[in-house]
Design a protein around this ligand. Structure first.
Ligand code: ATP
Ligand code: MG
Length: 246
């Protein structure tokens, strides 16, 4: 039982979700370590959403609302922490969820598919029944991507993604929206839009932003995209961390 008076209560709640997901066969061992790396950066950014991140979340919403075939690519960590919000976003935008695992095993895929099925997601791709092709020049279990999902799509949401795969997606000409607490990771550095914040804080804000912008005209959304520069965004995120050391 977690003690609500504990000064790091929220952080313990998320750790508990991660441990439970691991026990349920949703999360690989390395996913627990990746969570710890995220926690470190969350400490450094002050465990709150910065003004810069709020703006970046709005830009991400503009991308979702102006691209033809966005897809939400999910792994074990994302599922452990924000499966409900992923399902909500998928319904709101009427876009598929694709299971895309670094350590892909039929068992884990099945367990994750069950989570999104229970949340009534309309279209789940990357399941064991799907057809796959290999990501060019990427070997091993993280290489296969669903033909209907990532391969067809023009905008891919890749929260907490691995750098090798993110780089390959960009080389394939895909646009990517990433959530990563580490502004220096290769995924953060190569994505089209990088939200440097904790996925648990981002998802509710992203859903709200999509709802707010849904009825805006396309030109307004494209203008907001035009004004955005991911290198500047990442530099601001790094400066925000440096400020906290002063
Ligand atoms: P890269 O492969 O992009 O160079 P990496 O090898 O350092 O990065 P991975 O383990 O491949 O990292 O991916 C996990 C990433 O997810 C890490 O950068 C970590 O900071 C980030 N992360 C972990 N938990 C969260 C979270 N709750 N919210 C946002 N980001 C997170
Ligand atoms: Mg990596």
């Amino acid at each position: 039982m977690l003690n609500k008076d504990h000064p790091r209560y929220q952080s313990l709640v998320y750790r508990d979700k991660i441990v439970k997901a691991h026990e349920k066969g949703i999360l690989a061992n390395s996913g627990m370590i990746a969570h710890g790396r995220g926690e470190t950066f969350d400490y450094l950014i002050g465990e709150e959403t910065t003004l810069n991140s709020k703006n970046t979340i709005d830009v991400a919403a503009c991308y979702f609302l102006t691209r033809k075939n966005p897809v939400l690519s999910v792994n074990g960590n994302t599922t452990a922490l924000v499966a409900e919000e992923v399902a909500t976003l998928s319904k709101l935008l009427d876009i598929p969820v694709e299971i895309n695992l670094y350590y892909r095993t039929p068992e884990r895929v099945k367990n994750i598919e069950k989570v999104y099925n229970e949340l009534n997601v309309n279209e789940i791709l990357g399941t064991n029944e799907d057809e796959f092709i290999d990501t060019p020049d990427l070997n091993g279990p993280r290489s296969p991507v669903s033909i209907e999902g990532i391969n067809k799509s023009d905008l891919i949401f890749i929260p907490l993604e691995d750098g090798d795969r993110a780089e390959k997606l960009v080389q394939l000409g895909k646009e990517t929206v990433n959530i990563d607490l580490n502004p220096l990771s290769r995924t953060a550095q190569t994505s089209t839009v990088t939200i440097v914040d904790n996925i648990v804080r981002v998802m509710p804000l992203l859903i709200k932003s999509v709802e707010n912008l849904m009825n805006s005209n396309k030109k307004e959304l494209l203008d907001k995209i035009d004004k955005f520069n991911n290198k500047e965004n990442l530099n601001t995120a790094i400066q925000d961390i440096i400020q906290r050391f002063k």
